[in-house]
Design a protein around this ligand. Structure first.
Ligand code: G3D
Ligand code: MG
Length: 184
């Protein structure tokens, strides 16, 4: 084996989608992950925002192409394009609004499964954990549902405080790699 081969770095490109009701914090999670910043004044535009980030795991490079819905009302129009070639999803709800939790299963996961036929990976995220006084969905309920819907992981985050963001994305990336038989 030549030195060049020994140093060979594997590269993978994966497309993931961020799913969840309006204002659960999808864009904030991505912004926090990509830039480490929280923009209080973020204004949604129309269609889908596409953001890229490279993640290095040992000698493996994973390029993540993240699709974020911008303007929930456009979702029906962009839906099939949105899921095209997608390998994983972050299913996001807001721990202060129970309806967003219900919709994860009844709407978002259902759609994901309909469009992503092969072994798509998905994790469940309860965002806004910093809003302790307004919490409507307990951690235990989140864990229960995650098991019921067979999400590979469950994690609570705060896009505002930057808590558990890296961890959430790396859980998903690891699950995608594992679903594709890639060992790191
Ligand atoms: P979306 O992309 O899912 O529609 P956004 O959601 O990322 O646009 O966030 C919706 C609102 O929730 C924003 O507030 C944003 O600042 C806030 N938010 C997002 N994540 C968190 C979090 O973890 N904690 C708290 N406290 N707020 C969060 P505005 O007021 O701009 O609508
Ligand atoms: Mg958004």
């Amino acid at each position: 084996m030549t030195t060049k081969e020994a140093n060979f770095e594997r590269e993978f490109v994966y497309k993931i989608v961020i799913l969840g009701d309006a204002a659960v914090g999808k864009t904030s999670l991505i912004n926090q992950f990509v830039e480490g910043s929280f923009n209080e004044d973020y204004k949604p535009t129309l269609g889908a925002n596409i953001v890229r980030k490279d993640v290095n795991l040992n000698s493996t490079k994973v390029r993540l192409i993240m699709w974020d819905l911008a303007g929930q009302e456009k979702y029906r129009v962009v839906r099939s394009m949105y899921f095209q070639g997608c390998q994983g999803a972050l299913l996001v709800y807001d721990v202060t609004r129970y309806s967003t939790f219900d919709n994860v299963n009844s709407k978002w996961l259902r759609d994901f499964k309909k469009h992503v036929k092969k072994e798509g990976a998905y994790i469940l995220i309860g965002n806004k954990k910093d809003l302790k006084d307004q919490r409507a969905v307990t951690t235990e309920r989140g864990e229960e549902i995650a098991q019921k819907i067979k999400a590979s992981h469950f994690i609570e985050t705060s896009a505002k405080l930057g808590e558990n963001i890296e961890k959430a994305f790396s859980l998903l990336v690891n699950q995608i790699l594992s679903n594709h038989g890639v060992e790191i």
